[in-house]
Design a protein around this ligand. Structure first.
Ligand code: FES
Length: 144
């Protein structure tokens, strides 16, 4: 199925951030909060699930989104037609990252990630946030 209409908004990108306007208050530790080491990178976003309306994701502001099935990601619009998405759980021990300007910060041990790319800015996390493949379809941001 061709996900893109023949109009102007037709980009499909992979990334690692995500979400919908509103729910920006992620604070609790997620998966594997106690022990050491890394956690699963699966953000739980299923192909075909809607993450947000394009209009609810401001350009340059990481925006949290939760799917109907409970998948969580941060969405990042670098311009009018480019959206990337990344899992919302820190790759250190799974705490929920939070937006801070153009970064995503983990409240548990201080890791910082670039919102636009999901890459680690500073640890203890050593791995980027997992990319979630998304596309813009009829002004909605949908997982691929
Ligand atoms: S869970 Fe340790 S820095 Fe995020």
């Amino acid at each position: 199925m061709d996900a893109f209409p023949t109009g102007t908004r037709r980009r499909t990108l992979v990334a690692a951030t995500a979400a919908s306007a509103g729910a920006l208050a992620l604070t609790a530790c997620g998966r594997g909060g106690g022990g050491g080491g890394d956690t699963s990178d699966d953000p739980g976003v299923r192909p075909g699930e809607e993450l947000a309306a394009l209009a609810d994701v401001p350009v340059g502001e990481p925006t949290f989104a939760r799917t109907e099935s409970g998948g969580e990601a941060f969405l990042y619009r670098s311009d009018e037609t480019t959206v990337t998405a990344y899992g919302a759980a820190c790759t250190h021990r799974g705490c929920a990252v939070q937006p801070a300007g153009d970064e995503l910060r983990c409240p548990c041990h201080g890791s910082v990630f670039e919102a636009a790319t999901g890459e680690v800015v500073s640890g203890p996390a050593t791995r980027a946030l997992p990319a979630v493949r998304v596309k813009i379809e009829n002004d909605r941001i949908v997982a691929e």
